[in-house]
Design a protein around this ligand. Structure first.
Ligand code: NIG
Ligand code: FE
Length: 389
C-alpha cells in the first residue's frame, strides 16, 4: 500500500496521552502523520518520520483530529428564518416549531431531502467535521420516518431513529397512540436503517413513561439509546438515559446535583449543544460543573433548522470556552474524542496508529486559535480516511 506523510505540523493534536506532551490532547510539536490505506500508520516528531511515497508539507500549521459531530438533525426541508427572526425579536423558543419542518419535510421528495443533507454535510466537511451523526424526526409517519432514515443511511456515518421527536400532529389528542406507533409499526420500518434510538424527553414532547417505553422498545430491536434530555427544564431525561445505559444524554442544560452525579458515575456521555442556547437565547449549560464532577463531555452542533442552525464545530468550541467555562483543550477534546465516545467509536476522534486518517489543518499555530479567533475560518485542509477532500 502506498504511504502518504504530512510533515512539519507545527502543533499536532493526537488525543493520545501516550504521545507528545503527555496531556490528554497528546500534543506533538513539529509533528508528522503517516497514512497508509486510509488509516494512521505512524505519528511522531516530523524529523523522525519514516519515508513515505508521497509527502505534504503542512508549513508549520496546526493539525487536529477531524471533528466528530455526534448530534444533528439534517434530514429536513423548508425554512424557519421567520421563527428565528421572531424569537430574536422577543418570542421564546417552543418545541412546537418542529411542526413547521415536519410539514415541509413530508412534502419534499427523497431527492430533495438527499440533496439538502448532502449540502449540509459538505458545509460541515469544509469546517473540519469528518464524522456526522444525524437523525430522523421530521417525518413522524411510518413512511416518512423510514424514508428519512434511508436517506440518512446513504450519506451519514451514524443514523438515529427519532420518531419520538414530538407527537405527530395527527395524534395530538392521542399521545399514547403515537407512542404505540413509534414502538410498533414505525420501529419495525425504521430499525433496519439505524444504530441508535432517541427521544425528546421534555414537557410538551414525551414524558418519562413514554420515553422509557420508546427507548426500551428500540433496545429490544438492537438499537442503543441516546436521549434529548433536560433541554428546556429539569426533567427525568438524564436519569433515564443513565439508567438505560444510553450512549449519550444530549443538551443537559438544566441539571440537578443528582443528574450531574448520575452522569459522573454512569456510562453515559453528556453532550452539550451550545449552538442551541446561542440561537434560542437560552442559558448555557455549565460544562465546568460536569467536568469537575468527573463526567465525560462531548460538544456537538445539534444542527437543525429550528433551535441551532449552525454546522460549525469551531463556533461551538468558541462558545463553550467563552460561555461554558471549558478550557480550549477541553473543548477541542470534547469536539473530537468526546464525540467519538458519545458514538461509541474508537476509530475516529484521535490520531494514533490504527485510527481512521481524518484530520483538519488549521491556518494557526495551535488548536487554541479555534476559541481565540471566533468566527474566523481557520480550517484550510481536510483529510478523510486518508484522502484530501
Ligand atoms: O435538539 N429538542 C428537540 N429537537 C431539536 C430542535 C428541533 C427543531 O426545533 O426543529 C433540538 O434542539
Ligand atoms: Fe437535537
Amino acid at each position: 500500500m502506498p504511504t502518504t506523510a504530512l510533515l512539519n505540523i507545527g502543533s499536532l493534536v493526537t488525543n493520545d496521552p501516550a504521545q507528545g506532551d503527555g496531556s490528554p490532547l497528546g500534543v506533538i510539536r513539529n509533528g508528522a502523520v503517516v497514512i497508509e490505506d486510509g488509516t494512521v500508520a505512524w505519528t511522531g516528531p516530523s524529523d523522525s518520520a519514516p519515508a513515505a511515497d508521497t509527502a505534504h508539507d503542512a508549513g508549520g500549521r496546526a493539525a487536529i483530529p477531524g471533528f466528530v459531530d455526534s448530534h444533528s438533525h439534517l434530514v429536513f426541508a423548508g425554512d424557519r428564518t421567520e421563527e428565528f427572526h421572531a424569537r430574536m425579536s422577543g418570542r421564546p423558543y417552543r418545541a412546537g416549531g418542529i411542526r413547521t419542518t415536519v410539514a415541509a419535510t413530508r412534502e419534499a421528495s427523497d431527492e430533495a431531502l438527499a440533496a439538502n443533507l448532502a449540502a449540509h454535510l459538505r458545509e460541515m466537511r469544509r469546517q473540519g467535521t469528518t464524522t456526522v451523526e444525524t437523525k430522523s424526526g421530521y417525518g413522524l409517519t411510518t413512511h416518512d420516518e423510514a424514508r428519512a432514515l434511508r436517506v440518512a443511511a446513504e450519506q451519514a456515518d451514524e443514523v438515529t431513529y427519532l420518531g419520538a421527536h414530538i407527537v405527530a400532529p395527527e395524534y395530538a389528542d392521542d399521545p399514547d397512540g403515537y407512542t404505540a406507533l413509534v414502538t410498533g409499526e414505525m420501529l419495525d420500518a425504521c430499525a433496519p436503517y439505524a444504530r441508535w434510538v432517541d427521544v425528546f424527553c421534555e414537557q410538551g414532547a414525551f414524558g418519562e413513561d413514554q420515553a422509557r417505553a420508546i427507548l426500551t422498545a428500540g433496545q429490544a430491536r438492537g438499537l442503543t439509546p441516546r436521549v434529548h434530555a433536560n433541554q428546556l427544564s429539569h426533567g427525568p431525561g438524564v436519569q433515564l438515559a443513565v439508567e438505560l445505559g444510553a450512549a449519550s444524554a444530549d443538551h443537559c442544560t438544566h441539571l440537578t446535583d443528582a443528574d450531574v452525579d448520575a452522569l459522573a458515575h454512569g456510562g453515559t456521555v453528556a453532550t452539550l449543544l451550545p449552538g442551541c442556547e446561542f440561537s434560542t437565547r437560552a442559558v448555557y449549560p455549565d460544562a465546568r460543573r460536569l467536568l469537575d464532577a468527573g463526567a465525560r463531555v462531548a460538544l456537538s452542533t445539534d444542527c437543525n433548522p429550528g433551535s441551532s442552525f449552525t454546522s460549525s464545530m469551531p463556533f461551538c468550541i468558541a462558545i463553550a470556552v467563552r460561555e461554558m467555562n471549558m478550557t480550549p483543550d477541553e473543548a477541542l477534546w470534547s469536539a473530537t474524542a468526546g464525540g467519538a465516545l458519545a458514538l461509541r467509536r474508537t476509530d475516529v476522534g484521535r490520531l494514533a496508529p490504527g485510527a481512521r486518517a481524518d484530520l483538519a489543518l488549521l491556518d494557526a499555530p495551535s488548536h487554541v486559535h479555534l476559541a481565540y479567533r471566533p468566527g474566523v475560518p481557520l480550517v484550510t485542509d481536510v483529510w478523510h480516511a486518508g484522502a484530501r477532500v
